[in-house]
Structure formats: structure tokens, C-alpha cells
Design a protein around this ligand. Sequence first.
Ligand code: ATP
Ligand code: MG
Length: 695
Amino acid sequence: MQADEILEGLNSEQREAVKYNDGPLLIVAGAGTGKTAVITKKIAYLIAEKLAKPSEILALTFTKKAAYEMEERVDIIAPYGYNDVKIKTFHSFAEEFLQENAYYLGFSTNFKVLSDIQQILFVRERIFDFDLKIFRPLSDPTKFIADMLKYFSRLKDEVIEPQTYTDFAQTSADKAQIEAEKEEAEKHLELARAYATYQKMMIASDRLDFGDTLLYMLKALQEKPSLLARLRQTYKYILVDEFQDTNYSQNELLKILTIANLKSQIQNPKQIKNPKSEIQNNLQSEICNLPCPVVTVVGDDDQSIYKFRGASVSNIMAFTEQYPNVKQIVLKENYRSTQAILDASYRLIKNNEERLETKYKIDKKLISATEQGSEPEFIYKDSEQEEAASVAEEIKKLKKQENNYSDFAILVRGNKNALAFTNALSAHKIPFTFSGAEGLFRKQVIKILISFLSILSNPTDNLALFNLLTSEVVGVGYDGLSVILHKVRSTNIPLEEYLRGKVAEINAEERGKIEKALDLLTKFRRESVGKNTGEILYEFLQESDYLKMLSSREKEGSIADAEKIISIASFFDRIRGFQDANLDTGLQKFMEYLDVLLEVGEDAKESSDDPNFDAVRVLTFHAGKGLEFDYVFMAGLIDSRFPGANRSNTFEVPVELIKEKLPEGDVHVQEERRLFYVAITRAKKKLYLSSGRDY
Ligand code: ATP
Ligand code: MG
């Protein structure tokens, strides 16, 4: 594509933003003004104008989903030969770097990056190696471990290494005068020790967590100038989307890559202990003179929702100081939403004290490029069920006029709040996808598979067997079997054992089905030894003919069955993820993994979604970031859910160790307002707010 074609249709500010590539560029602009569009167009433009080869461009985004979306958009503008453009999340960029330089950095080449759940399991197995005295996690170890890991991850976001933390805790302990101070310092000492232990354990077994990837990459670039030099030579342009949500460590990474003389800022003199560092310093000053990649960042301070105590707003503000010759562009025209939606969002967000609009006197009041549109509508019902039913009915009604289910999104506060809505959608036969594992595991079809795995690994799991037998895979009648289930409960004989005996209550047809299922179980128990969970499940789907049944119904046009097949595929993705990270990939271990996953919930980092699947998106408010839909339903808007209660973390990073500027005002309410603002501005045509009276 030619440069002219790429620029076609852009307004003059967007055009200017795409064409300006001589130095650092900061675009601060409201929602839907084409920030992401500018980044994707810029990629195409740089290549068309021969300012860079595809492989010399690095685009960093926030979530896997965003990276995927951006790839799609670049593909549309520039379909051929652009595969070499690196579009990555910060974490996956860092992971790839560590992989490529593993030998040089002393990592094993087959290190694994653990998900949140895998981390918990990893620590749970080794909890007694932690030497905990003050914190006694025995009553609820999983919750404690999850909190502790969250804390370590925040320390890493702030680039605080175990040694720095220990030094801090030790100094506080030495200085402490009153009892309360001593106690506090002791707690920090214990946490610092636990942090150091955790880091050692992970490295020793070739494991990293998400935070580690950035931390170790940053360290490598500070200590090994040749690596930094290579990256600075590889990339001519670095583009960052959603810059408002970069944390301290991500911002440090960006700085070291793109600011010529950074040495004095990043190397904390306290950490330079050995004489080698002197040499490194000298070397570093040589490569400081190499040309650095040109950086473009786009962001919206009003959409900062992932930050640590508002720190990221300080990243945007600090940007102009770090890059003195930065050019700034503001985009004001909104191409996404109607004016009515934009006005509603502005009425809300202008109440925030800490905004760039007031600080920098820039005007962020958005003007819609589309139409006035109708005012947001409020759906208020007696109960959550009725609320959800109304939402589903409204979608059904609108769908008749529209083409796709994927034009609709229902935003919920947390994964747990989705249930009423996913149920209502199912009841109305509306296909949907739901971010987060709970959503997947709540699907009927996945419950069946889990029931099979449960009864396979635990013959006394009556409920699992009951679910399996009454499911469409086996098809035993519900009523008859529940009477039996009730009966065996009082006798303490496991349902399976009871059914294997002579059961008078069951007719011949049902008997046949049950016997077939039990035979299959016996066979699988015998043969599953030494097989991994994925293999076992796959064989079960084959031998029970379940997969065959689903796909033949799908071929006849059944949407529900198509959806089931997609769910099964996602479930296999989970299993694969689990198998990749564990040496023991057997069934028992997998069941343990599922338990923790269901108890702790899952981070959005891992959710992936096929954007081509025509289904209503049920998302958390957070997961909606960067996306757009014709119709958005903001559901469950009740007191204490929105704004949510201000729950503090179990462990807080000491303020003394935080390096960026902390925000002013009521931080929590401002953050909630931003989240609400993000949600409103996802809607293109119409916005609905809903709640129920009884909850
Ligand atoms: P967010 O703040 O939510 O991340 P954004 O600023 O990144 O939003 P985009 O997603 O890039 O905005 O753009 C919003 C919508 O407007 C997209 O559908 C995009 O294709 C469209 N758009 C952007 N610029 C133009 C333009 N000049 N003409 C027509 N449509 C445009
Ligand atoms: Mg965007």
C-alpha cells in the first residue's frame, strides 16, 4: 500500500501523528479517537515510506487480546509480508528476549513461565521451605499464598529486588523505637526472606513468573551492554499502546531502550557492589552513544485502570520530562460513539481531580464524528434474574435488526457476577463467550468433562458420577437416578459401587447405558496410568462417541453444539497450558490444579478469544479496555459493586520503596470513575445501564 492510501480518511491530527517520526511522540487523547488506529497506520506508513523494515518495528500492547487485535488491524491495512513486525505484550517481549539469550544469561533454555495458578501450586508444594514464623497460613494456605504472590508481583512491578527489600526491612528494624514499628519491621523482614526464598526456588527449577520476565530483562540490559546495544540496533521504532497502564518496570524497560544516556537514572548506586560494575559503567557509556529507537506512545490518563495507586498517570506526566524534545499531539474527534454517549462519559470523568486535562490545560471533551444518538437507557428490575432476562430479551430484539451477536457486550464487575447473565443468555439460546476460566468451567459441556475426570480419579465422587450419567453423553434419566443417589447417601456406599451391584430400581434400557458407562470407566482406570490428562480426555471423547454426536449436530446447523465444540477446544488449551508447565501431567495433579483455579479465580492475562466467533461477549469491566461494540450493557450497577468497596491489599509495598509520584485526592473513587468511563466509551450506538432492586 502506498503512503497516500494509508493516510486516506485520517483527520489532520491523526495524519500528523502518523507522519511524525523524527523524535519521541506523545499522543494523549480520549477514548475512541483513533489512538490504536494511529499506531497501526504508523506501522504501515513506516514500511511504505521505507523508514523501516518490518523487523525494525516493535509495537507493545497491554494484553494478549490487544496484541492479537492489533495484528489483525495491521493485517488488514498491510496484508503481505508484514509478519516480521513485532507486536507483543511487554511480558511476551521480555520472555522471548530471555529465551533467545538464555545461555548468555545463565537461564535454562527450557524455562517455563508460570501462570498465577501454577505459581500457587508451585509454592503450595513447598510452603514448609519458607520458614514462616509471623505469618501462619495453616488455616487457609491457598489464600495466603495467593496474597503473598500478588505482593511479590507488585514488588517486581516496582523493580524492587529481594536484596533491596531486605535492606529496607533491616534498616527499619534497626531504627524502630516503639513496639508497633518493631512489629511492622519484623513482618517486612519475614516477607523479604520469603521473597528471596521464592526467587531462588523458582530459578532453581527453571521457572519464572510474569513479573520476573521484565525484571530479569531489565537487569540483563543494565548489566550486559552488548545485549542493550543489539536491541537498540534492531529496532528503529518502538510504539506503545495504552501507555497509561504501563507500570514502573515496563516504563523502565522502555526508557532503557529509547533514552540515550540513561545510566545515571537506572543504576541504583547501592546495587553496584563489585568492581566489575565500574567496567560495565564505562562500557555502557559507549553504547549510550548509539542511536536509540524512536518512541511513540499513545494513551489516555482517564482510562488508567490497572495502575498501582495511580502511578501510571505519573508515567505519562514524566514522559515529557524524560524526553525533552517530545512532540505532543491531542486527538479530539471520536469515531466510535454517538455524542449522547460521549457527553455522558464526560459528565462523569470531569469530576476527577487528577487529570491531564486540568493539569496541562488540554481540552479532552470529545466530539463525535457520527451522530447525536439516543440517551443511555437504564434497566431497573426487581431482581437480578429479571434484570438479566431483560438484557437478554433486549439483545434478542436488537439482533433481529442487526447482523451479529458479536456486536453486543455485557460488562460485569467480576467473574462471579456473570452467572445470572450467562444463564439468561443460555435460556434465550443466545451464544456467548465469557472471559475467565470460571466462565468456561461453568459451561454445561465442560462440567461433564470435569465430572468424568473427577469420577475417574476418585471413585467415591458420587456427584461427579451422577452428573456424568445424567449428561447427554450417557443419557440416564435424572429423576430415577436422583432417588438412588439420595438412598446411597444414607448408606455411605459410593454410588459407583452400588450401581455395579444388582440394582432392582432400574429398567433394562437404563441399565444398559449405565453398564456401558461403568465399563468405560473401568477400562480408562486401567489404561490411564502413565497417560497425561489431555490424552485420557481425548480418548474418552472418542470412545464415548460424544465428539461424533456433537459434530454431526453441528453440521446440521446447531449453534449450541458449535459452541460446545469451541468450549471443549478451549478446555484442551487449558490442559495444554497445565501440561506445559508441569513435570507431572497426570490426572491427580490436574485435578489439584483445577481446584486451585476455581478457588482463586483467574487473571485476565490468560484469557484468549476467537474474535471471529459470532457470540455476545460477556466481559469484566477491566477486560473491555480497548475494545468496541455497537451495544454495551453495563450490568449489576448496585451500591458496593460500583463503585466497589475499597479493599486494601493484604500486603502493601512500603511507600518508601515506591519510586514514582503518587496521586492526590480520593484515589479509589477516581479509579472507579475511570473504570466506569472506560466501560461507557466502549459503546458505539447505544449504552444500557442495568441493576436489580433485591441485591
Ligand atoms: P481507546 O481509547 O478505546 O483505546 P482509541 O483511541 O484507540 O480508543 P481506536 O480504537 O483506534 O481508538 O478507534 C476507534 C474507532 O474509530 C475504530 O473503529 C477506528 O477504526 C475508528 N476510526 C479511527 N480513526 C478514524 C477515522 N479517521 N475515520 C474513520 N474511522 C476512524
Ligand atoms: Mg485503543
